[in-house]
Design a protein around this ligand. Sequence first.
Ligand SMILES: Cc1cc2nc3c(=O)[nH]c(=O)nc-3n(C[C@H](O)[C@H](O)[C@H](O)COP(=O)(O)OP(=O)(O)OC[C@H]3O[C@@H](n4cnc5c(N)ncnc54)[C@H](O)[C@@H]3O)c2cc1C
Length: 491
Amino acid sequence: MKKHAVVIGGGYGGLSSAALLARDGWDVTLIEKLDDLGGRARTWKTEGFTFDLGPSWYLMPEVFERFFSLFDRERSDYFKLLPLDPYYKVFFGEGETAVLSPRQEENIELFESFEPGGGDALVRYMDQATYKYEVAMKEFLYRGYKHLGEFFNRRLMTEGLRLGIFKKLDKLVGSYVQDRRARQILEYAMVFLGTNPVEAPAIYSIMSHVDLKLGVFFPEGGMATAAQGFVRLCEEQGVKLVTGEEVVKIVTRNGKAVAVETTKQTYRADVVVSGADYHHIDTEVLEAKDRRYSPRYWRKRVVAPSMFIAYLGINRKLPNLEHHNLYFAENWHGHFDTIFKHPAWPEKPCFYLSCISKTDADSAPDGAENVFLLVPVAPGLADTDQQREAYLAHVLEHVREVTGEDLTRDVAVQRIYSHRDFIEDYHAYKGTALGLSHTLMQTAIFRPSTRSTKVENLFYTGQYTHPGVGVPMVLIASEIVTDEIRNTYGA
Ligand SMILES: Cc1cc2nc3c(=O)[nH]c(=O)nc-3n(C[C@H](O)[C@H](O)[C@H](O)COP(=O)(O)OP(=O)(O)OC[C@H]3O[C@@H](n4cnc5c(N)ncnc54)[C@H](O)[C@@H]3O)c2cc1C
């Protein structure tokens, strides 16, 4: 009889590890509490609009290509990729804008226009980012860490300074460019990692290689279409996909998981992989004796931001917007402070607006636009009906001032999604959108461990574990965890 693996959670983490386990010969059942698969990468369809609920930046395409190649498949058999041009548009306030382009010479010109020598500084900055990216891909991202010695290895000890493990990103960027617009372009992607640029280790300058060199893509049909590609891959590998059942208990005997109980039934398990919220599984699904971390451990974590999101179907065209749009406030440290230092709803926030109907005509009815408005906010804020409606009105006025687009007019559909939805849908700790921030003490070996030390056949994938936040990172996490399972139990 084949051994049975139970995978908890049907997001990218759960789907990717389920497919790999099935490839390795396990009989796999994936259990998802919601009625749809994809986790944060699901869609909301209404009145001719199809909104991506979560991720919208398809980055690091090579990670996806590699993943499908592990099954002797091509990514293009599952979904089509469209390169974006421009990559994104930035609003700096007071009517000033810039676009970042796939043509590097245009970005160099842009940086030169910000400050004399800025173009050359960008070239040098990108060189170091590329170097770090290549080392990170080869040496750090695709490997698991069991003890400190594996992290503080020779390469890190000899090259730690050059790789920027011990330096802060904000300082690194400041040693290349001074202009605030240039700095913001090189630092904004820390929000993708749920981190304050002032606290992020400088190794994360790899993110500039990721967006400005590797490029920004869009899966035809949206990010959720890509997630559905992973669902299909699972089906082809024979994974049994169960939706609408919530895992409520991992039953253990003598330090081993033997079964998983859901709201509906019990599944026998020889191995369990969780791709669900780590805090939720560790503190609510496991019995106290089986928990890996203490309440104090969780209290001390730097939790990544939650997000205040509005999905807006607008019945007219929005000429001032591109596919991806970002607003960087002059005092953006003030916004980061409201997330990480003095939690509060930010007054004049930085925001992200996507308008995928610029690329994907099917995402909105003819003549309309599909808008996704996102403000990163502190986890754990009170999120009442009254608060969210008032905040949306406030932010839309701010968006009008910044972009010149009035998103309160011709509104066909509108939905707000924030803290309490993250908690209700995903059991997200404090309503976090992204899990744990990427501070130094929450990087690599310092992220929650991939394997439980209390329950020997319980493993974790997903955005809480190494290498961390974002769809490509989660795919890598699943490779790491299934490698470990293969090394332990054989294929
Ligand atoms: C608004 C937003 C925008 C983002 N933008 C980007 C982006 O542009 N690019 C990018 O790469 N990344 C982006 N990210 C991050 C990315 O979406 C995540 O890092 C990634 O999708 C996380 O995948 P996961 O499998 O770890 O978690 P999830 O997708 O959350 O999957 C976990 C699943 O577990 C289920 N679950 C929880 N508890 C249980 C239980 N007890 N029983 C059964 N099932 C359970 C949940 O319902 C969920 O479906 C974004 C995230 C958000 C929220």
